[in-house]
Design a protein around this ligand. Structure first.
Ligand SMILES: Cc1ncc(COP(=O)(O)O)c(C=O)c1O
Ligand SMILES: N[C@@H](CCSC[C@H](N)C(=O)O)C(=O)O
Length: 436
């Protein structure tokens, strides 16, 4: 393989370690993930500190036979290659691939399925994932089983030799349930050694969880979220350890043309550098906010709280609780009012951004799951999801507290406030609902 001079020190071959930078250049100790996130090396001819952006669709060839390392950006681009090698390193993978969105990543993965194949997925999962699975079952002849993946026992009865893929998400979006990745991966492989165990790691990011080390074959995530951190790009990331699997996935990406555009690769490279500090601050803020809400008497779902029913399972796999939590108010109208009364918290889908966001999943991120299915899956309509950013946590709590009071989500007592809609607010909301 001919390596252009500017990249002569890059490991462009798949046989090389999945990193453009040595992990332990001197003493033999391995750098921690926080260091790996910021430390990259490339051999730009001008020693640029930041990886150059190759904003080009084509690459000139030196002969009529072509054959240079790059020819066309859909097939490969140096900025994308650098990002993919950097991601492989931080995702503890042999190969990483980047595509145009998280759903694009799932689409690429799902193209390995054939009519008649069976897929097992959770009964609480991102609405877009549900939508794509539904499409595949309606139009692609794929049989999809949605089961409670928080219990290995619930997965066992649907595992069989036709199980081609098990699709896991942990913590789940938006009910923050925890999935036993090693337990389910082992059970799936026992039922069918060819089953692909794919884990959506969007909620955790590689700084907190590495599913490939827990038995997954594929880990994918929406790079739109924590990896980029600023809500200024869409991206999807896929990582694997099996070289043949990586080649299959790359084939689909090149054939279908969904590889991430160079500028977005460059932006994502920039975002990844601050993943460690962003996540540290975001989850410290999330912990305080979860404790504040629980302290008021709300039912809060967050794996940083000891009250989380799967607290131990979560911490047996992950290095942190993340920064997404959800809570219930007991009244849809009150939840609507809270969301609209918040000021610092932007009403927005998505998460992982430096700004704090508030949303009602049933109306927004999970609206693509029909009402009947949401009911069957016990997705509370009044659920509020908080995606915590890096602002001052006291400002965030103050804003939330004001919104709770304004919305009538709490009863004010001489000893402070307690979760609970006062009867007069309930009556007012019931009257307003009756008018509509
Ligand atoms: C858990 C999860 N996985 C995948 C996706 C899809 O990512 P994207 O929006 O980048 O397509 C999302 C959100 O959109 C998500 O929340
Ligand atoms: N209208 C979009 C909604 C995207 S939700 C994004 C994110 N995953 C979240 O959970 O907030 C759609 O229909 O996909």
């Amino acid at each position: 393989m001919t390596v252009p001079a500017a990249f002569s020190k890059l490991s462009l071959s798949d046989d090389m370690p999945p990193t453009p930078a040595p992990s332990s250049p001197r003493t033999g100790r391995t750098y921690s993930l926080a260091t790996e996130l910021v430390y990259t090396e490339h051999s730009d001819q001008y020693n640029s500190s930041s990886m150059p952006l190759y904003q080009t669709a084509t690459f000139k060839q030196t002969s009529n036979a072509g054959g240079a390392e790059y020819d066309y950006t859909r097939s490969g681009n140096p900025t994308r290659s650098h990002l993919e090698k950097h991601l492989a390193k931080i995702m503890r993978a042999r190969r990483a691939l980047v595509v145009s969105s998280g759903m694009g990543a799932m689409d690429v993965i799902s193209r390995m399925l054939r009519p008649g194949d069976e897929v097992i997925a959770g009964d609480d999962l991102y609405g877009g994932t549900h939508r794509l699975l539904k499409y595949l079952s309606t139009h692609g002849g794929i049989i999809v089983h949605h089961v409670d993946t928080t219990s290995v026992d619930a997965v066992l009865p649907v595992l069989n030799e036709k199980t081609a893929m098990v699709l896991l998400e942990t913590p789940t979006n938006p009910l923050i349930k925890i999935v036993d990745i090693p337990g389910i991966a082992a059970a799936a492989k026992a039922a069918n050694p060819n089953t692909i165990v794919a884990v959506d790691n969007t909620m955790m990011s590689p700084i907190l969880l590495n599913p490939l080390e827990l038995g997954a074959d594929i880990v994918y995530e929406s790079g739109t979220k924590y990896l980029s951190g600023h809500h200024d790009l869409m991206a999807g990331v896929i990582a694997v350890n099996d070289a043949a699997l990586g080649e299959k996935l790359y084939f689909t990406i090149n054939a279908s043309g969904c590889g991430l555009a160079p500028f977005d690769c460059w932006l994502l490279l920039r975002g990844i550098k601050t993943l460690g500090v962003r996540m540290e601050k975001q989850q410290a803020n999330a912990q305080r906010i979860a404790e504040f809400l629980e302290g008021q008497g709300f039912k809060v779902r967050y794996p940083g709280l000891k009250s989380h029913p799967q607290y131990d399972l979560h911490w047996s796999m992950a290095r942190g609780a993340g920064a997404v939590l959800s809570f219930e108010t007991g009244n849809v109208g009150v939840s609507e009012r809270i969301v609209e009364a918040a000021r610092l918290w932007a009403i927005s889908v998505s998460f992982g951004c430096v700004n704090s966001l508030i949303s009602m999943p049933c109306r927004m991120s999970h609206a693509s799951i029909d009402k009947k299915t949401r009911e069957e899956r016990q997705l509370p309509e009044d659920l509020i999801r908080l995606c915590v950013g890096i602002e001052d946590v006291d400002d965030l709590i103050d804003d939330l507290q004001t919104a709770l009071v304004q919305a009538g989500a709490v009863t004010i007592t001489p000893n402070g406030m307690r979760a609970g809609v006062p009867p007069e607010v309930e009556a007012e909301l019931a009257a307003a609902a009756a008018q509509h």
